[in-house]
Design a binder for this molecule. Structure first.
Ligand code: ADP
Ligand code: MG
Length: 695
């Protein structure tokens, strides 16, 4: 049963801390958490011991530093609490130094050359702002992961650094407005996660799903999403059971899971998390993906997190709702009612507009992956061009400011020069324009580009860093101005004027938008190999270094790792196709053909004058088809063999993107055509209709 009492019962949260720590240590830990600092070593022993007792009481036997390596999945190395005391007796122990610092053997995690193999160990430190939790009898301690020399080996460290940078600059801005209270500003993130659920037995029969997480073959099912009857429909029983278990598990862990509903495509679902501090939201999303997969298994289902498991129906993404919140709960992106609040709102709003415009390539890059190329680079929302939807009303207001004109909106309000009085406008002017990659939705920005399997650490780090850098520039400028209010007005005006090209309220699907965006000079990087160089490009590198979010070495290593992951993904997919064609599809078509030929022969023996037109045609057609498939698979094999000869990752990535993917697509078209000509009894694996509706 779900109850508020049960919520967070498996997390070492505020209640658990308050109950198990001395007043003094609790206060000190709270201070650390609020300020986003690392743990004070002098209280580490008491915290560790309390955490261990709490964990054992809740059934844990082991602990692990739970972290997010560059390869995307979460990693853990389990240690038992068991120690031996000096007299050789077993005791349960967990010390402050074990809590603060763990030393996993990290040699098998990608480091992009940051860690020579002789220095195989990295070290991990607890992120005290993210609660520890118990999963599978193991106390999981959310952790940052670095080399001994301090280079980040994970996705969490840069995120935490970006939050510090952002807070520092945002507080500088607030001070200008006479705010002496706010000590910290944090990005709030609310995640919506899409996924597919399919039957586990069917899943297992398809090597493409098993190896690549998506179907590499499959002709369209007779019925897909055309009737929109899946959206908000009722759940099949097994899915309801899954949802119930998932809710309970997430609630135990203190994950703010909120809504669940069907998505547009058959077998597709979505869940939303209530927003929280960025690093916690990212951790929770990571945890959610893990728990979803596990619980699906228990219900004989498989949870597909791939961005495009099926051709022809919608893919899956994540929406990253992002806003800025002061430590006393004010949302800086919420348009207020007073001129004072309006000024703050408009300043932060234009800061985000400028940041997204200046660093559009970096933000695009932060969501690039082989899987996401099927959404962003293809005919699916949102497009690969980054733009911001503001809605007509807000755009109208900014346009008037730019032109120094009074705003004539739905409610006429004078906007006097030099005074930023916003007309009242409905806060949820919210767009239902689903085609925009970034949308302002009343009190937050919704970033819709991330893929469903992404770790959101990277994208949020890039957004935070970009906005921090713009706020730094704003603060530098405004701190020297005598008349703050006119300076502010001018700053908002010129910033909007210079960056308004990123604002687009129209339909992102429309072919004319591509031409228009090109005229505006916006980048349109459709594929991962096009996007990745933005990570090491000078403008971006300097900004990230300036904000203390990534060092140049870290960027170079990440660039290498991301290229490598892209290339390996495509290579695995291509090899899987070869394997399926050679060992399953061609033999099956052959068997079916043999059967048809035999039957035809038999018929002709029986009645010699029979023409058997259909059978003769089928045998000819399928034989030709097999020849064609075989010759394409051979081309693909040759291309794969030559993949070994490339010197650099970027060259290889372009070869894969241009030559290999083209061959893969051709091979798919040819085999999909065969699929509908072969008896379903002979087709070697379940087809789309089975996967969508077969359970
Ligand atoms: P929809 O996108 O369908 O309108 P909801 O209104 O349910 O969905 O909200 C979507 C997400 O936005 C939720 O995950 C919610 O937590 C998040 N969200 C709401 N307010 C904020 C905020 N101020 N900052 C960040 N995320 C927010
Ligand atoms: Mg949404």
């Amino acid at each position: 049963m779900i109850s508020t009492k049960r919520f967070g019962s498996m997390a070492f949260n505020d209640d658990a801390m308050r109950n198990s720590l001395s007043q003094e240590v609790y206060q000190s830990l709270q201070q650390t958490i609020r300020q986003g600092k690392s743990l004070d070593p002098s209280i580490a022993d008491e915290v560790a011991s309390a955490m261990k007792d709490w964990a054992i009481e809740h059934g844990a036997t082991h602990y692990t530093h739970w972290f997010q390596p560059m390869s995307g999945v979460t990693a853990e190395k389990h240690d038992s609490f068991l120690s031996i005391d000096p007299k050789g007796r077993p005791i349960l122990e967990f010390s402050g130094s074990e809590l603060i610092k763990g030393e996993p053997d990290a040699s098998s995690f990608p480091s992009g050359g940051l860690r020579a193999t002789f220095e195989a160990r990295g070290y991990t430190t607890w992120d005290p702002t993210s609660y520890a939790f118990i999963k599978d009898n193991t106390l999981c301690i959310p952790t940052a992961f670095c080399t001994y020399s301090g280079h980040a080996l994970d996705k969490k460290t840069p995120l935490l650094r970006s939050m510090d940078a952002l807070s520092k600059q945002a507080v500088r801005i607030l001070r200008l407005f006479g705010d002496e209270v706010t000590a910290r500003v944090t990005p709030s993130v609310g995640v919506e996660q899409e996924y597919f659920l399919i039957d586990r037995e069917l899943f297992r029969k398809r090597k493409d799903l098993v190896y690549a997480g998506r179907t590499l073959f499959g002709s369209r099912a007779p019925k897909e999403q055309e009737l929109d009857d899946h959206y908000f429909g009722a759940f099949p029983e097994r899915v309801s059971a899954f949802m119930k278990e998932l809710d309970e598990a997430l609630w135990d862990l203190g994950v703010y899971a909120k809504t669940e509903h069907n998505e547009v495509a058959p077998a597709q679902y979505e869940m939303a998390m209530i927003h929280s501090t960025a690093n916690i939201a990212v951790d929770h999303n990571q945890l959610t993906m893990e728990v979803m997969q596990k619980i699906a298994e228990r219900n004989n289902l498989v949870c597909l997190l791939h961005e495009k498991p099926f051709a022809g129906v919608n893919g899956s993404g994540k929406h990253n709702n992002w806003s800025l919140s002061t430590d006393w709960g004010q949302n800086l992106l919420s348009p207020g009612d007073t001129p004072h609040e309006n000024e703050i709102f408009l300043l932060f709003l234009t800061a985000v507009i400028r940041a997204v415009d200046e660093y559009q390539d970096l933000i695009r890059m932060s969501v690039a992956s082989a899987g996401n190329d099927h959404r962003l680079g293809a005919n699916e929302a949102p497009p690969a061009i980054i733009s911001i939807f503001l809605g007509e009303e807000l755009t109208g207001i900014l346009d008037s400011i730019e032109k120094r004109l009074p705003y004539e909106g739905t409610e006429k309000t004078e906007m006097k020069l030099g005074v930023l009085t916003l007309p009242r406008f409905p806060k949820d002017t919210a767009d239902r324009n689903r085609t925009s990659p970034v949308a302002f939705t009343g009190n937050r920005f919704e970033f819709r580009m991330p893929g469903s399997s992404d770790t959101l650490g990277c994208m949020n780090a890039m957004i935070n860093a970009s906005v921090a850098d713009v706020l730094r520039d704003f603060a530098d400028h405004l701190e020297n101005e005598k008349d703050l209010h006119s300076a502010l007005y001018e700053l908002i005006r010129t910033t909007y004027r210079d960056h308004r090209r990123i604002v687009f309220n129209g339909n992102g699907y429309d072919a004319s938008w591509i031409l228009e965006a090109e005229k505006r000079g916006l980048t349109n990087d459709r594929t991962t190999p096009d996007c990745l160089p933005a990570l090491v490009q000078e403008k971006n590198r300097k900004m990230l270094e300036r904000m203390g979010v990534y060092s140049e070495t870290e960027l170079q290593s990440r660039y290498g790792i991301l290229l490598d992951i892209y290339c390996k993904t495509i290579l695995i997919e291509a090899r899987t196709m070869v394997d399926m064609v050679r060992r399953q599809i061609l033999p099956s078509v052959g068997t079916y053909l043999g059967r048809v030929a035999q039957d035809t022969n038999a018929k002709k023996m029986l009645i010699p004058e029979l023409e058997c037109k259909y059978e003769m045609k089928l045998v000819r057609m399928l034989t030709d088809r097999m020849d064609q498939i075989e010759s394409t698979v051979k081309e693909l094999e040759t291309a794969l063999a030559s993949a070994a000869s490339f010197d650099s990752g970027i060259e290889l990535s372009h070869f894969l993107k241009e030559d290999v993917i083209e061959l893969m697509e051709r091979l798919r078209t040819e085999t999909d055509a065969a699929e509908i000509q072969v008896s379903s009894e002979y087709w070697p694996f379940p087809v789309y209709g089975d996967l969508f509706f077969g359970f």
